[in-house]
Design a protein around this ligand. Structure first.
Ligand SMILES: Nc1ncnc2c1ncn2[C@@H]1O[C@H](COP(=O)(O)OP(=O)(O)O)[C@@H](O)[C@H]1O
Ligand SMILES: [Mg+2]
Length: 237
């Protein structure tokens, strides 16, 4: 199995190593964007926000929560926690499927991803001004095929964008040897025929219990015969 990083994954490592602190990863799902956003180039555990149409600004910077004696206290959200992580050094904030955020949440995301010199937030309870620590970084992910499908305001925050066009080799290597070739081939095809790595993970789990044919029928549907053929060919190689 070829363990070399594809060019896109080398770019991800190199730009994060070089200290780029706002990075957008986009492209087909199931290739390892979220995994890399959480893991590459950060020591402290990352804070993660999964963006949806229903995301609110409160889920980004925080909200009032009832505490002892019914007194409300401000509970800081993931973005502010990432600003303050690691004793004030700052840590990684992952904005998953960032293009889905809208309205007030999008405005708040734009505020917390602004360049660290300008980003400030005022704690509503203590009135303390907070700014991001020096090691704060944001990696956003999107399953958009084309970067131009993302809102211009968001693109402005992420000057460095890498299109991920192939699964991370470690994600492929996590599969049984006979599944690696077909999974790689399946995830590189044209979007209409692409099969996400996640399906191969599900297939691997199911076939242990149900056998390959039934597992393939359940997981791959109409594409099951093609996948089984590919596996048979892989087994001969
Ligand atoms: N480097 C890796 N090592 C091991 N497993 C990985 C790696 N990258 C991704 N995976 C696995 O592959 C699947 C898809 O990864 P994910 O990051 O969710 O993809 P995406 O965000 O591009 O849709 C997940 O089950 C994830 O755990
Ligand atoms: Mg993802």
């Amino acid at each position: 199995m070829d363990n070399e990083l594809g060019p896109c994954w080398r770019d991800v490592e190199d730009v994060l190593d070089a200290g780029v602190d706002r990075l957008l990863l986009y492209g087909p799902p199931g290739t390892g964007k979220t995994y890399a956003a959480l893991a590459v180039g950060t020591g402290a555990p990352a804070e993660r926000i999964v963006c949806t149409e229903d995301l609110t600004g409160a889920e980004v910077t925080g909200t009032w929560m009832p505490g002892e004696g019914g007194r409300f206290a401000w509970r800081e959200g993931p973005a502010i926690r990432a600003w303050r992580a690691d004793g004030g050094r700052g840590g990684r904030l992952v904005l998953d499927e960032v293009d889905r955020a809208a309205g007030d949440a999008l405005a708040t995301l734009l505020a917390v991803t602004d360049s660290s010199a300008s980003a400030r937030w005022r704690h509503p309870e203590s009135l303390e001004w907070v700014s991001p620590g020096p090691d704060y970084s944001v990696v956003a992910t999107s399953n958009a095929e084309d970067v131009e499908d993302l809102p211009a305001s968001l693109l402005d925050r992420f000057a460095v964008r890498v299109r991920i066009d192939r699964p991370h080799p470690a994600a492929v290597a996590a599969l049984a040897p006979d599944l690696r070739g077909p999974a790689l081939a399946g995830s590189l095809g044209p979007s209409s025929r692409r099969v996400s790595l996640r399906r191969f993970y599900a297939f691997a789990r199911l076939r242990e219990r149900l056998g390959a044919e039934r597992a393939a029928a359940i997981v791959f549907g109409a594409a099951a015969p093609d996948v089984l053929d590919a596996l048979a060919i892989a087994a001969l190689a």
